[in-house]
Design a protein around this ligand. Structure first.
Ligand code: AMP
Ligand code: ZN
Length: 497
């Protein structure tokens, strides 16, 4: 690691249910796999929360100097509507609905996902494999699991034998549940069921004649189950055991539990050393989900075009809103919280502009503890080293804002060295680690936009003074058409992109 200071990162591991020191298997390399989106429709803001949280985790690992191989898959086949390997194939259903080829559906929503991720300023993963691109690897893995005796074939479908596996392994280890309890919570098998045991799950599913996406296999034409895709792709690109496996908490009980079982059965080793799970974004306490119908699309959030939204919020306001809560806490959506985040984000960005203009002094002010930049930097590292505690980091960054304002008001002073250290600290943690960006600057230079907007607002003011309402309305409407909103307030005219 290039970072000279020893940084003691601890990570909460779902597997051990404790915070553990982060000790990668092959430092400085880190392998990280995150379950990606199922691209049969638009991602909602809840999905975005998980990917933005892992983006922050990825960014901090990079910042510490690790060489991270970040793999995030695209699920583009094999995801049935029911949790028990039944129901329609989500892609086929959507393809029929939109009168498209299933791969057209995949293409449309993959592009949409990438666009949204770019708006939120997330870094692309190093590898983004698709389930349909790894059918051979999945078949090979299923063949091995069969050969190891942990799976069985029934009429062209292959199922994982959970009861047999449980004789040698702890199937419920990830959620800390005993097999009997898991069995109790699962419904009885019906006469029509091909499965031998209630907890068994499909590795390969026989295609029906009308199945749109199907592939040849040793068991006939069919398609892979959802869980095997992640096991096959993570093994392919990160090896049989890698450092971090992540996803949303809703994936723990089934998807990740089954991934662990598949890897143990096939590779004789657990897939990951650390399991990390992000908590859910909720709306009025209920989990935001595609099926519950309470999912905002990011574009609805940006425009404010949704019955639950009082107005639109910019991507960086939303990213800041998310960073204000710890990734393992639930985060409830509300207009009040977003409006507070909007103010907080703006304050942070404004302080950076002030920081640029501050002049150094011959000495830093006494008592130096109130402007101790080295101590502040340590606190920022400590927050992130404590299982990526971004809300704590933000609290420390606002201590930085306090110092900036205090120096600007002439109440305190900083030497050249301290000023440079403060600039580096604020830029590094705000932009590189939290992944925020200055939205006005990213749109072509804040000074130019600021200058143009002041000019336009002045012209509108003159038009209004002359009671030229046509010109005044035209300016407001045409600015709105290009995405700039202006508002007359008691304190003057406010505008935002
Ligand atoms: P999906 O496209 O449904 O497979 O979900 C993609 C990712 O989003 C998974 O890691 C899920 O755990 C995660 N996810 C789904 N709903 C939410 C939510 N309400 N809050 C946070 N993450 C979520
Ligand atoms: Zn997965």
């Amino acid at each position: 690691m290039s970072n000279e200071k020893e940084k003691k990162l601890v990570i909460y591991n779902t597997l051990s249910r404790t915070k553990e020191p982060f000790e990668p298997l092959h430092p400085p390399f880190v392998g990280m796999y995150v379950c990606g989106p199922t691209v049969y429709n638009d991602v909602h803001l809840g999905n975005c929360r998980t990917f933005i949280s892992f983006d922050m985790i990825y960014r901090y690992l990079l910042y510490l100097g690790y060489k991270v191989r970040y793999v995030r898959n695209i699920t583009d086949a094999g995801h049935l509507e029911g949790d028990r390997d039944e129901g329609d194939d989500k892609f086929a259903k959507r393809a029929r609905l939109e009168q498209m080829e299933p791969m057209e559906v995949v293409q449309k929503y993959t592009i949409g996902f990438h666009n949204v991720m770019a708006l939120f300023n997330t870094l692309p993963p190093n590898i983004e494999p698709t389930a349909t691109g790894h059918i051979i690897e999945q078949i090979e893995m299923i063949k091995k699991i069969l050969a190891e005796g942990f799976a069985y074939e029934v009429d062209g479908s292959v199922y994982f034998d959970v009861e047999k596996y449980s004789k040698e392994h702890d199937y419920g280890q990830l959620t800390n549940r005993k097999l009997e309890d898991l069995l109790e919570g699962t419904r009885e098998l019906g006469g029509q069921d091909e499965k031998h045991g209630r907890l068994d799950f499909a590795l390969w599913i026989k295609a029906k004649p009308e199945t749109l996406m199907q592939w040849p296999s040793p068991w006939g034409w069919g398609f892979p189950g959802w869980h095997i895709e992640c096991s096959a792709m993570s093994t392919q690109y990160l090896g049989t055991t890698f450092d971090i496996h992540g996803g949303g908490m809703d994936l723990q009980a089934t998807h990740h539990t089954n991934e662990i079982a598949q890897s143990n059965a096939c590779n004789h080793t657990a897939p990951a050393k650390y399991w990390m799970h992000t908590n859910m974004l909720t709306v009025n306490g209920a989990r935001m989900s595609k099926t519950a119908g309470n999912g905002f699309l990011p574009k609805e959030l940006f425009t404010g075009d949704h019955p639950l939204l009082e107005k639109g919020y910019s991507p960086m306001t939303v990213r800041f809103f998310m960073a204000q809560s710890h990734y393992r806490s639930t985060l409830d959506f509300s207009n009040e919280a977003l409006q507070a985040a909007e103010k907080g984000y703006k304050k942070l960005m404004e302080s950076l502009s002030v920081l640029e203009k501050l002049s150094p002094s011959a000495s830093s002010s006494i008592p130096s503890s109130s402007v101790d930049i080295t101590a502040l930097e340590e606190k920022c590292y400590e927050a992130m080293n404590d299982d990526f505690n971004s809300p704590m980091l933000i609290a420390h960054l606002f201590e930085g804002v306090r110092i900036i304002n205090s120096v600007n008001d002439g109440k305190e002073s900083l030497t050249t060295g301290d000023l440079e250290a403060l600039k580096k600290l604020m830029h590094d943690f705000i932009f590189e680690v939290l992944g925020l960006c200055d939205e006005t600057k990213s749109m072509g230079g804040s000074d130019v936009i600021e200058g143009l907007m002041n000019l336009i607002i002045d012209i509108r003011k003159i038009a209004r003074e002359n009671k030229d309402w046509n010109t005044s309305d035209k300016i407001r409407d045409e600015l709105k058409a290009v995405g700039v909103e202006i508002k007359d307030t008691r304190d003057g005219v406010e505008w935002r992109i």
